[in-house]
Design a protein around this ligand. Sequence first.
Ligand SMILES: [Zn+2]
Length: 484
Amino acid sequence: MKMKRLSKVFALLLCVAFSLTAFAGCKNKEGEARSAYAITAEVNTQDMTVAALCEIDYVNRTEVELSEVWFHLYPAAYRDGASFTPVTAAETGSAYPNGISYGGIEINGVAGGEYEIGGRDDDILIVKLPKSIMPSERAKITVDYKLKLPNIRHRFGYENDTVNLGNWFPIECAYEGGFDDSPYYSNGDPFNLPICDYNVKITAPKDYTVAMPAPATRNENGEQATTSCTLENARDFAAVLGKFQTVSGSVNSVNVNYYYTSDDKAEEHLKAACDSLEYFSNSFGAYPYKSYSVVQTAFNQGGMEYTGLVYVSDAARDKMISEVIIHETAHQWWYGIVGNNQIKHAWLDEALAEFSTTLFYKNNPDYGVKYDDRIADAMGGFTLFCELGKVSDTSMERSLGDFASSTEYTYMTYVKGQLMYDSLMKTLGEKTLVAGLKNYASKCAYTTAQPDNLIACLEQTSKRELKSFISGFIDGTVKLYSIN
Ligand SMILES: [Zn+2]
């Protein structure tokens, strides 16, 4: 490895006088009023549609008067003619196993204001309020809509006997001086979502189990069954329908459920969910929800995170299943509890989810994965990618649309991000770094954190100036290798 630049940064880190990053804009908003969603949905598994009513008790959490409010309609990305498609051309074959299939969302009506469809890809619901709302005032908006599920192995869609309901309802756009109308990107997770409360009822044929992110009740009525739950302080709400087998355990009074379709090591994978939930709770602060659901389902990538519920691909095998579970469990802290704009700062959650997975293995040697091996693999892969591709821009801080490919996105956010934390740990020590991350999780819980919030928390705990060190990684000054 050629790490000349890195050595210089280490020297800088050790010599610089204290000038710590000010902590601003990430106060703990636990207890602050937030929007509440009541969703009633009926899934028709014959024609693969969902009829739904979404009642929103919207809270103006901005500092300005609002005359209209905007909501993402993510299912619109799956329609015929979408400009921003959910998968890249290279992934189309594996994502659509039975050929291209389209879905979408149709708005039947909105109560609580006039509406129009806008945004960069006709994927934003704009509701014009009859009366403007001031900061902290509320508006009641009800959206009657219908979903068409595409046959796709993705966040939203169906394949075989599983139905993924991810990003499936009108979800309020974050407000950052204006509503964030970012469209769907095929790279990464294109979300920037505020914390909300959810009360959700899903009716489906009774031979389906509905995996929920919170303890649920189920009532059968003839051939149908309705599954309901309440989830508060959540980054999003997802559910998965399937003909599952389940195994369950518990960690610190949290019910942990593994829903699977085919897995002869289900107990082992439940254990990975329980062990990682326990390790991350001990390291970063207690998991704050009542249950945790890991769901094996049709999915084109390894897995996907939602508050209280994660997908694990039914194509994952052997040790990869545990690794995906551990990574997605780490996201409960990095993305879920501590939110971030995953379009602008994808590295904030992905680098931490990946490095937290490596820390888990280090502290749970029974899993047989060595810390040094994972770091060496990351360094080897990153170097090879950069040298083969003659990559000159290794910045991590890029918008999802600015990465040339999903491979480049992965190397710059997950892999280089993990190497950045490894370098930090070699400098600060594991105990201090983990304490700094716990400080970050505590101070930024239930907010949308910025990179400077992370840096300020790590500096506060370590009593070291770290901004120049971290900035070198995220802006690409630190390359970790030299191009020959
Ligand atoms: Zn991830």
